[in-house]
Structure formats: structure tokens, C-alpha cells
Design a binder for this molecule. Structure first.
Ligand code: SOE
Length: 393
């Protein structure tokens, strides 16, 4: 006679899992899905690009509902949180519809194709008292939290310089294309809105500084690309098919400065051979410097007048936030996936009203999505006008 299983505690003693709908079914939607599952959510259903694709993905993911359209998602009262992982042009209308239907929203960046839409969304989430976040997930590397804690403790003194780059090569082949190339689907900026946004968000959040002016130039290295598009990072699509003129930038070089005189520079590129997802920055201050490389997130380079040392991520060392986000022992490498998992878990803690002060401070919301829209807008205007341009706030 097998030993009876321990009684499963009734649902009343365990938090009801949040009901989550995924809108979008590409690579990043699956990252959202896995993170949501690890955060204890119930993935209720998925809306993909067509009803047939929705049914196919629902079966692959083993979820109940394959939605026909967004109305069906928002009519499903099991859904508490909507994750929007579709091409950029639908982010704002989908996020607005979900907020107005009383849902909490996780919306992929960029939040919106222009400042006006981003302003409306940030204001709407605030007015409705709903949680609305944007995955600037590199904030969740434990050593980024350590660096920010040390900055807040005054370890580096006044900042003099912020510099770096964010380099990828998945658009290097002239025969690669993406929905991002079409400004109608991807918005007026491609590389800077897609990844320059991460660089600026991370450097501003870690340094405590806010850039007030930019001098930028964007560049289209490859003037035409195939009309046929493919998923991000998937390589050449249709090398001998029809081609279309490219309207959005492959790269950008940007000078930045703050009201307090901090000078910054960054290069953003998706055509840098051999660079896969290399977000890198150095912050140089009166008392010391720091370097973080997103492709090597287990270490943090710290410099001072006598030389330099390298910190290694370790849950037994450093700030409370480094310890909280270090789910694994030192030497057991954490990376991008753990950043995303922590971001989604903190989002859901906010939905449940269980957010700690430290979690709240690091959670990137629609307000940060609006900040990013202002930076993108300033970069595009500066490149067009060949002039220093104010970053509105
Ligand atoms: C493609 O450039 C991409 O997936 C971005 O969209 C993500 O935001 C970035 O984290 C990695 O690269």
C-alpha cells in the first residue's frame, strides 16, 4: 500500500497564481513565458500573429487558450497580467487597450514609437493604479546592483565621464532583414531605440545622472535589405529576392552631457562583426572608476589611482541587492535569463502589492519607457539637425 501523499495545502493558504497572457510568440515572448512560469504564474493563453499560429504555439507551450485577437485576451477574466512581445508598432495600442481593460502590463521596449504615445501610457498606468513595466533587464545583474550601491555610498566621488558602447552583429549581412527595418513596424529609430535605450537606461540608473543634451549621428551602413524578414538573430533571409530601401539606422554615435557637466559618449551598432550582445560601459569618477561588460557579468572592474581590482559576483559579499539577485553561488555563472526572471518576479511582487523598497527602486516602469522615448527623440532630432539637442523630460 503506497504511503499517502502529503495533503496539498488548499489554495487559500497559497497565493493564487497570477493569470498571464502572452501577446506575441517570438524569441523574446518565450523568454517572458519562462520567466513568468518561474515566477509562479499560470500562463493562461497566447495571441500570436495569426489564429492558426496561436493554436500552434498554444499546443507547443501547453497552454489552454489560443486567442483569436486582443479582444479575446482582454475578455478572459483569468488574465491579470498581459505581456506584450509583438513588433514595436503595436506596443502602444496594445498596452493602452490592456490598461483600459484593467490589466497590469509588461511591455517590451521601446514602449512606444513616439513621445506622445509614451506619455499617454505612463500617465494612464499611473491614473489607473496599475503595474506597468518595461524590461530594461540589465539592471538585474547582481554586480550592477553592487556598483549602484557603491556609487550611492560615495565610493567613486563626482562623476567626470561615462563612456562605452552596445555592439551586436546580427544585422551585419546585407541579406538579413527584420520587421525593425520598416519604420512603419519598428518605429523611426532601429539600433538606438532597440539597444541604445538599454545603454542609456543602465548608465543613468547606475550613475544617478540624467543626460540633458545629446549630439548624435545615425548611420545606415546597408542601404537596401531583403523585403522578406526573419526573426532577430536568425541571419540572412532571402538573398536573391526583392529588396527595399532601408530608412532606419544600423548604428549611431552619440555625445551626451548632463546639467552638472558629466560628459558621456556611446556607440551603438548592430553591424559590428563578432560582437553578439556586448553592452559595455565605464564610469570615471574623482575617487575611482568602474567598468561593466554585459557579456561578462560575473565580474566588475574597479579602478583607482593605485591600480585596479576585479570583483566577482558572490551572494556572500556586498550589497543586499547583489545578495538578493545572486540566486547561485559564486562561480555558477548567472546571466541574461536570471536578469529576466528577477525582473518578472519583481513585477509580479508589485502586482501583489508585496514590493520592497529596494525592489521598487530598481523596477523599470512605463515612466522609464517614457524617459527612453525622450532620449530616442532627441537623438533622431540631433542627427537630423546636426546640433546639440535638449532631452525633454
Ligand atoms: C535585439 O537587438 C535584442 O533582442 C533587443 O531587442 C533586446 O532588448 C536586447 O536585450 C538584446 O538584443
Amino acid at each position: 500500500m503506497p504511503r499517502p501523499l502529503p495533503a496539498v495545502p488548499p489554495a487559500t493558504t497559497r497565493p493564487q497564481p497570477l493569470g498571464v497572457a502572452l501577446v506575441g510568440a517570438g524569441m523574446i515572448a518565450d523568454v517572458h513565458r519562462r520567466s513568468a512560469i518561474l515566477a509562479g504564474a499560470d500562463i493562461v493563453g497566447v495571441l500570436a500573429s495569426t489564429p492558426e499560429r496561436s493554436r500552434q504555439v498554444a499546443q507547443e507551450w501547453g497552454v489552454d487558450r489560443a486567442y483569436e485577437d486582443l479582444d479575446a485576451v482582454l475578455a478572459d477574466d483569468r488574465v491579470h497580467v498581459v505581456h506584450i512581445c509583438t513588433p514595436n508598432a503595436t506596443h502602444a495600442p496594445y498596452a493602452e487597450a490592456a490598461l483600459r481593460a484593467g490589466r497590469h502590463v509588461v511591455c517590451e521596449k521601446p514602449l512606444a514609437a513616439d513621445v506622445e504615445q509614451a506619455q499617454l501610457l505612463a500617465r494612464l498606468a499611473e491614473e489607473l493604479g496599475l503595474v506597468a513595466t518595461v524590461p530594461f533587464v540589465y539592471r538585474y545583474h547582481p554586480l550592477i546592483r553592487e556598483l549602484r550601491a557603491r556609487r550611492m555610498a560615495g565610493e567613486f566621488g563626482e562623476w567626470y565621464l561615462a563612456h562605452g558602447s552596445y555592439l551586436q552583429d546580427w544585422m551585419l549581412s546585407p541579406d538579413t532583414s527584420s520587421w525593425r527595418v520598416d519604420s512603419e513596424l519598428g518605429g523611426p529609430s532601429r539600433a538606438f531605440a532597440d539597444i541604445g535605450s538599454h545603454w542609456c537606461d543602465l548608465v543613468e540608473w547606475v550613475s544617478g545622472e540624467s543626460f540633458t543634451e545629446v549630439l548624435a549621428h545615425t548611420s545606415i551602413a546597408i542601404p537596401t535589405r531583403p523585403a522578406t524578414t526573419g526573426p532577430s538573430f536568425s541571419g540572412p533571409t532571402a538573398p536573391d529576392g526583392a529588396r527595399v530601401a532601408v530608412q532606419t539606422e544600423d548604428s549611431a554615435a552619440v555625445l551626451l552631457r548632463t546639467a552638472g557637466g558629466l560628459l558621456g559618449s556611446t556607440v551603438v551598432s548592430q553591424v559590428s562583426a563578432g560582437r553578439k550582445n556586448r553592452l559595455w560601459f565605464e564610469l570615471d569618477g574623482a575617487q575611482g572608476s568602474a567598468v561593466f561588460d554585459q557579456e561578462n557579468p560575473e565580474t566588475l572592474w574597479l579602478g583607482d589611482a593605485d591600480g585596479h581590482r576585479v570583483l566577482v559576483r558572490d551572494p556572500g559579499h556586498g550589497s543586499a541587492e547583489q545578495r538578493r539577485l545572486s540566486r547561485l553561488p559564486a562561480g555558477h555563472v548567472q546571466g541574461y535569463a536570471q536578469c529576466f526572471e528577477a525582473f518578472v518576479a519583481d513585477t509580479y511582487a508589485a502586482v501583489r502589492g508585496e514590493l520592497t523598497a529596494a525592489q521598487r527602486e530598481g523596477l523599470p516602469t512605463f515612466t522609464d519607457g517614457l524617459r527612453s522615448a525622450h532620449l530616442v527623440d532627441a537623438v533622431l532630432h540631433s542627427s537630423r539637425d546636426n546640433a546639440w539637442t535638449k532631452v525633454e523630460s
